[in-house]
Design a protein around this ligand. Structure first.
Ligand SMILES: Nc1ncnc2c1ncn2[C@@H]1O[C@H](COP(=O)(O)OP(=O)(O)O)[C@@H](O)[C@H]1O
Ligand SMILES: [Mg+2]
Length: 252
């Protein structure tokens, strides 16, 4: 039996008294790509922020229920440890502007005060940039600032920075929303390659992208999980009328 790497059980998220996620139950298998799909404001970002314990950083924010990473309750673990095992990439590429490419990739180690020998950090930088499909383009410019790269390259640098920590799960929140079609397609190809070594959860309101990149899709609407299943099944035979209406563009 294949174990689920992440289980979300009877999970609620609030801002003050407003319920943003209402009794979410989901299980994700290891080394798959999963899309969280739904209209703007339905709670997709909030769900990702709960999965790596960032939601609680906002004022008046709290959660109820369980999220288990390899059967361990992430809310009973040090948040910094969780953020190392569950990396996140945001909508707008955000390399650290004062750091060069090399230091951006290993920034997670520095921020966590993890000491690395030069040979170790060289290896991590090279491996992470290869995985993010950026090595060939930057290998001769590792000591230039990350911000001189194109938008798509900057986003791949942010993916390399997340991968450098060797996470179990990579969260991508609308990670291609600010990119042109070519850069978007490169990131989508990358998702197909990366899922063999890391479980990927992609948040998107782009229906076609969810169909292209994910093995499983969850449809969220107004803070509720409406439907979850294999992407092919959900797209061809949605069980819920709201899923069908969303997928056929009746609202969005
Ligand atoms: N800091 C906050 N305080 C209060 N409400 C918030 C905050 N951030 C987001 N929300 C609300 O939570 C809901 C879900 O937002 P979000 O998770 O960002 O949705 P999505 O990513 O699907 O667009 C929205 O109604 C939004 O207005
Ligand atoms: Mg969002």
């Amino acid at each position: 039996m294949e174990n689920d790497i992440l289980k979300i059980e009877n999970f609620y998220a609030y801002y003050d008294t407003i319920c943003i996620l209402n009794n979410i139950n989901l299980k994700f298998k290891k080394n798959r790509a999963i899309s969280i799909l739904g209209p703007s404001g339905c709670g997709k970002t909030t769900l990702l922020r709960c999965i790596n314990r960032m939601h609680e950083l906002a004022d008046e924010a709290f959660v109820k229920g369980k999220i288990l990473l390899s059967d361990k309750d992430i809310y009973a673990t040090e948040p910094m440890l969780i953020r190392r095992r569950i990396g996140m990439v945001f909508q707008n590429p955000n390399p650290f502007p004062t750091m060069n490419i090399y230091n951006n990739v290993i920034a997670g180690y520095k921020l966590n005060s993890i000491k690395l020998k030069r040979s170790e950090s060289d290896k991590i930088v090279e491996e992470s940039l290869i995985k993010a499909d950026l090595w060939e383009q930057v290998r001769d410019n590792l000591y230039k600032r990350g911000t001189f790269l194109s938008g798509g390259q900057q986003q791949r640098l942010c993916i390399a920075r997340a991968l450098a920590m060797k996470p179990d799960i990579l969260l991508l929140d609308e990670a291609t929303a600010s990119l042109d079609p070519k850069a978007t397609s490169n990131i989508e190809k990358l998702i197909h390659q990366l899922k063999h070594s890391v479980t990927i959860i992609v948040v998107t309101h782009n229906i076609a992208q969810a169909a292209r990149v994910s093995d499983y899709t969850a449809f969220l609407y107004s803070g509720e999980l409406i439907e979850f299943g294999k992407t092919g099944d959900l797209f061809t035979t949605p069980k819920d009328k709201r899923t069908e209406e969303y997928l056929t563009g009746k609202f969005g």
